[in-house]
Design a binder for this molecule. Structure first.
Ligand code: SF4
Length: 354
């Protein structure tokens, strides 16, 4: 195993991509935290620009802890998954209050939004921790090196990958081994077309002996699709501003500014226009309402059928709204909303043109 680790580290010294969050170990924990949070479920190429801009705006943990949440969400713009931005902000506040960083993965994992992977990466890259960070890339490489029959994402494969990562890193563990495993998975041992002829560890790989190394790991049964129906109101004043509400609850889109929404389970929308207009936080006698063709919005395994309602408001609607409601120009809310608002706007424009 140590020959494999040595080959891996040797390859990494020449082949590693030059990424702004990489540098000698140990690294600044704040920079590791920002990078690891941004990289969750997001491609490196998309993260690079946002990471650099984010750090120029919030160069230290204290800057981030003092920022308003809207500023933090806006600085995360383009990456999506704003729950991560809110958790990062909450973690920064908790760390600033505490006045010091916990150093162990088992302590770091208690910070807001911190999963076992991010906690292990932070402990390993910033504090010399000995718990390997195991992400999807590491699991795939481990599955192939050992021709594992455990399915992707399974507990069994996670355990195998962790053991392999520990073996390869030696004692005390060399953290670059774990970053090299991730890099190999991201650039060489890719999901569909592993570049085995150029792989630095092909001599130690069990899967490469098979006709189809990409067969490892076996895919796991996919989660069943959940279907939902939402009615969404595009309620617009003559000055072009629309009504949005901070979504404070629900399993998805929490913390974002969205149009008024009625969640209707998984059935059809049988509500009247009056019922839909009753979602507005002020009386609207004689308001104009138009129901538009539905469209689908997917969030991971959820398929949400959106039924848009175009509500044209009079100019005498109140400027002052109760907390959690705002009038916003659609272009100004970008970075604090979901792509759902963009799709809703498109439906309204198409509806107006028809
Ligand atoms: Fe992956 Fe091929 Fe390298 Fe094995 S030899 S680790 S399958 S790229």
């Amino acid at each position: 195993m140590n020959e494999t680790g040595t080959a891996l580290r040797k390859w990494f010294t020449t082949a590693a991509r030059d990424l702004p969050w990489r540098g000698p170990f140990p690294r600044d924990p704040y920079l590791v935290l920002v990078a690891e949070v941004m990289l969750q479920q997001t491609q490196v190429s998309r993260v690079i620009g946002v990471y650099t801009t984010f750090l120029s705006r919030f160069p230290t943990l204290e800057h981030l802890a003092r920022a308003e949440q809207d500023e933090v969400l806006a600085a995360f713009g383009g990456l999506g998954y704003y729950r991560r931005a809110r958790s990062l902000h909450a973690a920064a506040k908790a760390l600033a209050r505490a006045g010091c960083w916990p150093r162990r993965a088992s302590e770091l994992v208690r910070l807001p939004g911190m999963g076992p992977y991010t906690a292990a990466a932070l402990a390993a890259f910033a504090f010399g921790g000995d718990e390997p960070p195991v992400d999807g890339n590491v699991m795939r490489v481990a599955a192939r090196l050992q021709a594992s029959e455990h399915p992707a994402g399974s507990r069994g494969l996670m355990g195998q990958a962790r053991t392999l990562a520990l073996d390869l890193a030696g004692r005390p563990p060399l953290p670059e081994t774990w970053e090299a495993l991730m890099e190999l998975g991201a650039t060489v041992c890719t999901p569909l077309r592993p570049a085995c002829p150029t792989c630095p560890v092909r001599g130690y790989c069990a899967a490469v002996l098979s006709e189809a190394p990409e067969r490892f790991p076996a895919s796991r049964p996919s989660r069943p699709v959940e279907r939902h129906t939402w009615a969404a109101l595009w309620a617009e004043r003559p000055d072009g501003r629309i009504l949005v509400r901070l979504r404070e609850h629900g399993p998805v889109l929490r913390g974002l500014w969205l149009p008024p929404i009625a969640e209707l389970g998984d059935g059809p929308d049988e509500g009247s226009d009056d019922e839909r207009v009753a979602l507005l936080p002020f009386p609207t006698p004689g308001v104009s309402v138009r129901r538009l063709p539905a469209f689908e919005h997917a969030i991971t395994y959820r398929r949400i059928r959106i039924i848009p309602y175009r509500v044209t408001l009079a100019s005498d609607t109140p400027d002052e709204l109760s907390p959690g409601w705002r009038w916003e120009h659609p272009g100004d809310v970008v970075g604090r909303t979901s792509s759902l608002l963009v799709k809703l706007h498109r439906a309204v424009v198409q509806g107006d043109a028809s």
